[in-house]
Design a protein around this ligand. Structure first.
Ligand code: CU
Length: 182
């Protein structure tokens, strides 16, 4: 019995010890337009594909910044499993467009990144007046994001299991009545 508890405690410690590296954040695996690509006409939308599903959340954002700082993404952001999309306005000046994103990983952490594509032929569009595409129902850009950086609940559960196991081990070690029953 004691051996089992110690083993359980050690397992819990091992799980906690490897929690951070084992739970990888979402990684962008492809996009449309592709990073570094050139397009002759502005695409209707930006599409980002991740290695794991993305959580639908207000923190999801995609901003597309064009030459001269104009903003070209226009919400709402769509999330379907591991693909996040943002509608684009018809693009304007030729040049480099930077796609910046922040999405909520499957593990509950926000991840950010950016990629670029080049518009080779100027379009007739004009930039947006809002600064980024947002999730449906997304609140203002001033919304607090503290809740998205919390430790996943299972870490607390694993920690509680470890503490319980250690507590039981100590109790068994010092508890005479329990020893006599065995
Ligand atoms: Cu994470």
């Amino acid at each position: 019995m004691r051996k089992a508890l110690v083993a359980l405690a050690l397992t819990g410690v091992a799980v906690l010890g490897t929690a951070t590296p084992a739970l990888a954040h979402n990684v962008l695996i492809s996009s449309d337009p592709a990073n570094g690509s050139s397009v002759a006409a502005g695409p209707a939308k930006i599409s980002l594909t991740f290695d794991q599903y993305v959580q639908g959340a207000d923190v999801n954002q995609i901003a597309v910044t064009g030459p001269g700082g104009g903003q070209w993404a226009e919400g709402p952001i769509g999330v379907v499993n591991n693909v996040v999309t943002a509608p684009l306005r018809p693009l304007g000046p030729a040049g480099k467009y930077t796609v910046g994103y922040r999405v909520l990983s499957a593990d509950g952490h926000p991840v950010t990144g950016e990629l670029t594509f080049t518009l080779t032929t100027a379009g007739t569009g004009t930039p947006a007046t809002v600064d980024a595409a947002r999730s449906p129902g997304g609140s203002s850009s001033a919304a607090p994001q503290s809740s998205s950086t919390g430790v996943p609940i299972w870490v607390w559960i694993a920690g509680a299991v470890v503490l319980l196991a250690i507590g039981l081990t100590v109790a068994l070690r010092s508890g005479r009545s329990v020893e006599e029953k065995n």
